[in-house]
Design a protein around this ligand. Structure first.
Ligand code: PLP
Length: 449
């Protein structure tokens, strides 16, 4: 901000801004980092430090920073028609075009978009719409949702309840009734001696057990992140999602894929449902839909669900002032055009992704790393006190934070959850930047060890 020095900004921030997911007292002492500019995979802070952002902001800046086209499109749409809502029998051209584009891009018959402002709201939306879907068919008892412990589905009351983060449940008396959690597929944590395929079956069977415990006639849907991001990038066995799909079909339970992180290229395909070859009935989207340039979320419903909602449900008593906001829709369309025209996802899948995977896996040789896992452009290093044992440090989280801080000091942004170092760079990362990332990560590991 011109005219305000960094120290003053930090002081004002500490006095007036409560940061999400932070210990605000500790942050006030430490001082917030003020970021000023971004270009490609780099951001700069107010002190002039250049940082390689290996986390794409918050899993979202897929096309990289500084894409002027996105700003131009937003400005143009604001000049033409800055706002109109999708209530009252109206819509706008970008909103319609984006609905059609998402129907074309998402797999199978996910042909119907409902727009929100965020991933949390998208997951809130499905809680109500899926229950409504069953209720209008005379099955109001199909009310219960099943999700995973340690999953993340957002911060609203429904999102955080669907999520399985214990720390979030403690604040505000969550989860709300009708939500049940099963253990996630976390091979490093509980895979034991099982091979991938056996573990995939065992982990998926937890869903069947829970459905049978609740009674299939009482279960509305299962929701999961194809790759569980926030908890530490848990990449499931290849057969896990196919098994989950089979179980959902067997008991007529809807399958919801939360692709807020995975969507728009993160796993090497447009959507992780393609990477894992399964067919969700409902998909939630956000983040990469606009590469984080402007807030937008969406729910994609398949033909079966949408038809019931449209023909049997009467008025859809749900929506947001900004559902289908024309400026956000225009930015999303331009973001998708960039991803398509520049073949960014294909390049990740065939070229930079495999290169990143090779370099990331090589970090697994470091004495501090118990497992280096990666899928497409999302990965984690599991830090351990002793190799090859799958053990945790006693005060979980401290070592990860040290490593994160060492990385930051050398100009690299990595995120740490517990003692896992998380990776999710902009999809436009180059091989030279992958080298920089690998070299800086190794150095941070050395300093931490
Ligand atoms: N779902 C997943 C898998 C996420 O990772 C997130 C955010 O990180 C959300 C939902 C919530 O999205 P938002 O923060 O846009 O509300």
């Amino acid at each position: 901000m011109p005219g305000i020095d960094t120290t003053t900004l930090q002081r004002l921030d500490a006095a007036h801004h409560l940061h999400p997911f932070n210990d605000n007292a500790a942050l006030a002492k430490r001082g917030t980092r003020i970021l000023t500019r971004g270009e490609g995979c780099y951001v700069w802070d107010a002190e002039g430090n250049q940082l390689l952002d290996a986390f794409a902001g918050l899993w979202c800046v897929n096309v990289g920073y500084g894409r002027k086209e996105l700003g131009r499109v937003a400005a143009h749409q604001m000049d033409e028609l800055a706002y109109y809502n999708s209530f009252f029998q109206c819509t706008t051209e970008p909103t319609v075009r984006l609905s059609a584009k998402l129907a074309e891009l998402t797999p199978h018959d996910l042909n119907h978009a409902f727009f929100t402002n965020s991933g949390s709201e998208a997951n809130d939306t499905i809680l109500r719409m899926v229950r409504h879907f069953w209720a209008v068919q005379g099955k109001p008892e199909k009310f219960n949702f099943i999700s995973r412990h340690d999953g993340y589905h957002g911060s609203t009351v429904a999102g955080a309840s669907l999520g399985g983060m214990k720390g979030m449940h403690k604040q505000g008396g969550l989860p709300i009734p009708g939500i049940h959690h099963i253990d996630p597929p976390y091979w490093f944590g509980d895979g034991g001696e099982m091979d991938e395929e056996e573990y995939g079956r065992v982990a998926a069977k937890r869903l069947e057990d829970k459905i049978l415990e609740l009674g299939p006639e009482n279960v509305a849907a299962f929701i999961g992140e194809p790759v569980m991001g926030a908890i530490g990038v848990y990449i499931p066995p290849r057969n896990y999602w196919k098994e989950i799909e089979r179980i959902c079909r067997q008991y007529d339970v809807l399958l919801v894929a939360d692709e807020v992180i995975c969507g728009f290229g993160r796993t090497g395909n447009w959507f992780a449902a393609e990477t894992f070859d399964f067919r969700p009935d409902v998909m939630t989207l956000a983040k990469g839909i606009t590469s984080g340039y402007i807030p937008l979320g969406a729910v994609m419903f398949n033909d079966r669900v949408a038809e019931v909602l449209a023909t049997k449900g009467g008025e859809l008593a749900h929506g947001y002032t900004y559902s289908g906001h024309p400026v956000c829709a225009a930015v999303a369309l331009e973001n998708i055009r960039i991803l398509q025209d520049e073949k960014i996802i294909e390049t990740c899948r065939n070229d930079t992704g495999p290169y990143l995977a090779e370099k990331w896996k090589a970090l697994g040789e470091h004495p501090l790393v118990g497992e280096a896992r990666i899928l497409g452009m999302v990965g984690a290093l599991e830090l351990v006190p002793r190799k090859p044992a799958r053990e945790y440090f006693p005060d979980r989280g401290r070592v990860g934070q040290m490593c994160r801080d060492f990385a930051l000091r050398s100009g690299l942004i990595l995120r740490a959850t517990n003692d896992a170092m998380l990776l999710s760079p902009p999809l436009v990362i180059t091989k030279a930047q992958v080298d920089e990332l690998a070299e800086k990560t190794w150095r941070a590991l050395d300093l931490t060890a």
